[in-house]
Ligand binder design. Sequence first.
Ligand SMILES: C[S@@+](CC[C@H](N)C(=O)[O-])C[C@H]1O[C@@H](n2cnc3c(N)ncnc32)[C@H](O)[C@@H]1O
Length: 310
Amino acid sequence: MPDSSRLPLALEQLLCAYCAGAMPAGVALMQLSMAASNAEELTTALDMHLSRHVEDGDPSTAHRIDELNALISSSPDAWQTVRDVAAMLTHEPAQHENPEAAVRHIAAAFDRAVSISPEGSVALYSLGRRDLLEEATSEVVEFMSSLDLVGHDRVLLDIGCGIGRFELALASRAGRIDGVDVSAGMLDLARRRCAGHQNVSFHLCRGARLPPFTPASFDCIFAVDSFPYIVQADPNLPRLYLEESEHLLKPGGDLLILNFSYRSDPGADARDVENLACLNRLEPLRVGERPFQVWDGRVFHLRKAHRRLA
Ligand SMILES: C[S@@+](CC[C@H](N)C(=O)[O-])C[C@H]1O[C@@H](n2cnc3c(N)ncnc32)[C@H](O)[C@@H]1O
C-alpha cells in the first residue's frame, strides 16, 4: 500500500476539495495535472488518498476517486496536454508598456496554444478532449437558452470567441452571430469550423478595442472565459469593454460574462462587476453564481435598461 504520509500537500488539498464537491472531475484533473510533477505522481496521489479514506470508511470519497480514475484512464494524454497548454497561458498579471502590448502578448500566447490543442486552448478542463468540450459547450448553450438569450430573431456578439465553439453550437439557433478575438490563429480555426454557416462572421480585434459595429445592434453580448485575459492585460480594460458593450447592446439587451477573472477572489469579482455595471447603467441580474455541472465557471449577467435612465 502506498505511504499516504508522502502525498504532496498541494495534491492532497486539491483531492480533499474535489472529494468535498468543490469542483467537477475535469476541473480537478486539470488542477491536479498542473500541481503534479508527472502523470505517475498524479495516479499515485489518487491511490494514496483513496487508501487513506477507504480506511476511514468514507464511501463518497471512494466514489469521487473512482470517477476521477475513470477520467484519467480514458484521457491518457491529459497530464501532458494540460502542462503543454498551460505553459503557453500564464495567469499572472502582465507587465507591459501599454494595454495594446499586453493584448498582443496574450494573442501570441493563444496563437501558440491553439496549435498545441484547440480544445485545451479554449477550455483546459476539457483535457484536450473534443467530447468533454462538447459536453461543456452544450451545458452553457442550454443555460443561455434557459435565460432566453438565443433564438432565430436574436443577434449575438461573442467577445473572445476562440475556435468558434459557441458559433458552431448556436448557428442554427440564432439569427446572426459575430465572433471577435485577438488571436489570428484562433480565428483561422473558427472560420474553418464554421464554414457554411452564412449567419456567422468572425473579426480580428487588435489592441484593446472591439471592432466598430453598429451601435445598439446586438440582443446579447457574451464572453466565455475571455474576461480573465482582458483583466490580466490591464485593470482598466474591463471598463472599456463594458462601455463598448453597453453602446452596442439594444435597449433591454443582455451582457453575459462567464468568469470575470482568475484572481481566485469571488468577492472582488462580484464587487468589480457590480461597480462596472453601475457605471455603465447595466442592471446586474446574476452575480457570481456557479450553475454548471462540468465546469466551475461563474456567471455575471447584466442587462441594459429599456430606456436610458435620467
Ligand atoms: C480561454 S479562451 C476562450 C475562448 C472561447 N470563448 C471559448 O470559451 O471557447 C479565451 C479567448 O479570449 C481571447 N482574448 C483574450 N484577450 C482578448 C481581448 N482583449 N479581446 C478579445 N478576445 C480576447 C483569446 O484569444 C482566446 O481566444
